[in-house]
Design a protein around this ligand. Structure first.
Ligand code: B12
Ligand code: SF4
Length: 483
C-alpha cells in the first residue's frame, strides 16, 4: 500500500518555520505499526507550484493520501484533494487536524476528501490504515473517531462515535518523524530564538476556556514526562545540533510542578540550550519565583495572551485574568529583564469605543507596543464561531464559504461587534497600533533593545544574524523586541 502524507502551505507570505507536528507524528507511527515508509510531501516547506505537485502525484499511484493542518489550511485541503482525485481517482483521501476535525460534514460535502479524522490521530489512523490495507472499500463502521462518505457519495455521510483522548502521551503518542520533514529548512528559519530553532509540543489540552480558542484536547491537560522531553532534546541535539527549542504547547505552564522539574533537568543536562514557551498571566503574577527559575534554566521568552486592557472584555472572553495581574507580569518581566511578548485582540463581541480606549490607555501606561493586535476571528470550533453562527454573522448554510476566507488573524474577515462598522473597526486597529508604537519608541531605544537581547541570547546573537524576513516575523509574531 502506497501512502502519501501532505503538509499544505501555511502563511505563504512568510518563510516556513513550523514543523507539522501532527503529520510527522502520524508518519512515525505508520512506519512503526504498518512497516510502511510513507512519502512525505511538505508543500509548506518547499512551496511547490501546482504543476510540481501534479508531477509528483503522477509519478506514483498512491493508494492513500493523508492531509491535514491548522485552521487556515481548510481551502488548501480542498484544492489539493480535488487535484489528487483528478490525478489518482481511485485513491482514498483522509483529512485531519484543526482545520477539519470539528466540521467534518462541511468538508466532506464540499470536497473530494473521503474520510475525516475527528480527533487525535494516533490510534485512529493506524486502525483505519490497517482496515484499508486489506480492502480500500472496506466497511468502516467499527472505527471510532471518523466521519466518511459511503459509496463515495457526498450526500451519504456517516459519523462514527468519537474516540476518547489518549491518556498517556509518552506511550501512545511519539516524537515527530524528523527524518520525514526537511529539518534543514525549518531549522534555518527561527521562530523565537536565534540559530537552529525548533518548535516542540510537550502537552495537550488547557484548563482554561477562552471563548476565541478552539480546544479539542480537553480541559485536563496531558503532559509528556520530563524524561521524554529530555530524550527528545538529546536526539535533536545529536542529530541536528539545535541551539533553541520553542515550546508551543497550548499552555506550557499549566502544571507548575512540571515546569520546575523540567527546569532542573534541563539545566543539568543541556545548560547551554536556550528555550521559550507559552505562559499565563495568572500563574506568573502569583509566582514570581517561577520566572527566576525558568530564566536560570535558559528561558528567554514566555509568550502571553494579554488580549485586552479592559476588564469587561477579559471577562467576556472568559480569559480568567485581571488587568492588575497583567500589570504585575509586565513589572515582574521587566525586573528580571525578560521580554514581554504579548498579544491583544480587537473586535470581540461586546467591544466598544470605550473598551478600545481602555486597551490603548493600558498600553500607553505600561509602555507596550501593539504589534500583535489581532482581529477577533471565529476559527472553527471556538465558542465565538458558534456565536457567529447563532447571530447570523456566519450564514449556517454557507459555512464552507466562510472557512475558505480564514487566514491570519491580522486580516479582517468578519465583524463580531455591534458598535463598529467594518471600516471603523479596521481603522480603529490601525490607529491603536500607530499610537502605541510611537509611544513605545519613546520608551526604549533600539540600542537598548539590542543590549537586552544580547544579554539574553549571548553568543548566539553574534553567531547568527537575522535577515529582514526574520526581523519582520519577529516584530509581528514573536515580539521579542518588546521589553
Ligand atoms: C504551531 C502552530 C501554528 C504554526 C503553524 C503550524 C503548522 N506547521 O502548520 C503557526 C505559528 C504558523 C500558526 C499560525 C496560526 N495559528 Co496556530 N497553532 C499552532 C499550535 C501552537 C501547534 C500545532 C501543533 O503542531 N499541534 C500539535 C499536533 C500534535 O497536533 P495536531 O496538529 O492537531 O495533530 C493531531 C490531530 O489533529 C491529528 N491530525 C493532525 N493532522 C492530521 C492529518 C490526518 C490525515 C489525520 C488522520 C489526523 C491528523 O493527529 C495529530 C495527533 O493526534 C496550535 C496549538 C497547539 N498547541 O496545538 C495552534 C493552533 C493550531 N493555531 C490556531 C490558529 C487560530 C492560528 C492562526 C489562524 C492564528 C493567527 N494569529 O492568525 C494562525 C494561522 C496563520 C495562517 N495564515 O495560516 C488555532 C487553530 C484553531 C482552529 N479552529 O483550527 C490553534 C489550535 C490554537 C488555538 N487553540 O486556538 N499556528
Ligand atoms: S487561549 Fe490559551 S489559555 Fe485560553 S483556552 Fe486557549 S490555550 Fe487555554
Amino acid at each position: 500500500m502506497d501512502i502519501l502524507i501532505i503538509n499544505p502551505p501555511v502563511r505563504l507570505n512568510d518563510k516556513p518555520r513550523h514543523i507539522p507536528h501532527g503529520l510527522a507524528i502520524i508518519s512515525r507511527l505508520i512506519k512503526r505499526h504498518l512497516n510502511i515508509v510513507p512519502t512525505f510531501l511538505d508543500i509548506n516547506a518547499y512551496r511547490y507550484t501546482e504543476d510540481e505537485i501534479k508531477k509528483i502525484l503522477e509519478a506514483a499511484d498512491f493508494d492513500i493520501v493523508l492531509i491535514g493542518g491548522i485552521a487556515s489550511t481548510y481551502g488548501q485541503i480542498i484544492s489539493l484533494s480535488n487535484l489528487i482525485k483528478r490525478v489518482n481517482p481511485d485513491s482514498k483521501i483522509i483529512a485531519g487536524g484543526y482545520a477539519v476535525m470539528c466540521i467534518p460534514e462541511v468538508l466532506l460535502k464540499n470536497s473530494e476528501v473521503d474520510i475525516v479524522c475527528t480527533g487525535e490521530g494516533e490510534i485512529t489512523v493506524i486502525e483505519l490504515l490497517k482496515a484499508l490495507e486489506k480492502d480500500l472499500n472496506t466497511n468502516l463502521s467499527g472505527i471510532k473517531g471518523i466521519c466518511y462518505k459511503t459509496n463515495n457519495r457526498k450526500e451519504k455521510i456517516v459519523c462514527n462515535p468519537p474516540r476518547t483522548l489518549i491518556d498517556n502521551l509518552d506511550e501512545q503518542s511519539t516524537l515527530p518523524d524528523y527524518e520525514a520533514v526537511p529539518m534543514n529548512i525549518y531549522l534555518s528559519n527561527p521562530t523565537v530564538g536565534f540559530g537552529k530553532d525548533v518548535d516542540f509540543i510537550s502537552s495537550r489540552g488547557c484548563p482554561y476556556r477562552c471563548t476565541f480558542c478552539y480546544q479539542p484536547w480537553g480541559h485536563k491537560p496531558r503532559f509528556h514526562s520530563v524524561d521524554f522531553i529530555m530524550d527528545c532534546i538529546a536526539l535533536l541535539k545529536k542529530d541536528y545540533d539545535i541551539d533553541f527549542i520553542a515550546f508551543q504547547d497550548d499552555e506550557f505552564m499549566a502544571n507548575e510542578r512540571r515546569v520546575y522539574e523540567f527546569c532542573k533537568a534541563k539545566k543539568a543536562k543541556f545548560p547551554d540550550l536556550l528555550w521559550s514557551c507559552t505562559g499565563r498571566v495568572n500563574i506568573v503574577a502569583r509566582n514570581e519565583d517561577i520566572i527566576v527559575v525558568m530564566k536560570e534554566a535558559g528561558c528567554v521568552s514566555i509568550s502571553y495572551g494579554f488580549e485586552s486592557g479592559a476588564q469587561v472584555m477579559l471577562n467576556r472572553m472568559r480569559k480568567g485574568i485581571t488587568v492588575e495581574q497583567i500589570e504585575d507580569v509586565i513589572s515582574i518581566s521587566r525586573k528580571h529583564e525578560m521580554p514581554v511578548p504579548a498579544s491583544f485582540i480587537i473586535g470581540m463581541p461586546g467591544e466598544t469605543e470605550r473598551t478600545c480606549k481602555e486597551t490603548l490607555d493600558f498600553c500607553l501606561k505600561n509602555n507596550l507596543n501593539l504589534d500583535s493586535l489581532m482581529f477577533a476571528t471565529p476559527y472553527q470550533g471556538s465558542e465565538i464561531f458558534y456565536f457567529a453562527l447563532k447571530t447570523g454573522r456566519i450564514d449556517k448554510n454557507r459555512i464552507h464559504d466562510f472557512l475558505l476566507k480564514l487566514g491570519d488573524a491580522r486580516d479582517f474577515i468578519i465583524n463580531l461587534t455591534d458598535a463598529f462598522s467594518d471600516e471603523e473597526l479596521i481603522q480603529k486597529r490601525k490607529e491603536m497600533m500607530e499610537v502605541a508604537s510611537e509611544n513605545y519608541k519613546n520608551f526604549i531605544t533600539s540600542e537598548e533593545i539590542y543590549t537586552k537581547t544580547k544579554n539574553l541570547f549571548g553568543p548566539l546573537l553574534e553567531k547568527y544574524s537575522l535577515d529582514e524576513g526574520d526581523l519582520q516575523h519577529r516584530a509581528k509574531h514573536g515580539s521579542m523586541s518588546t521589553f
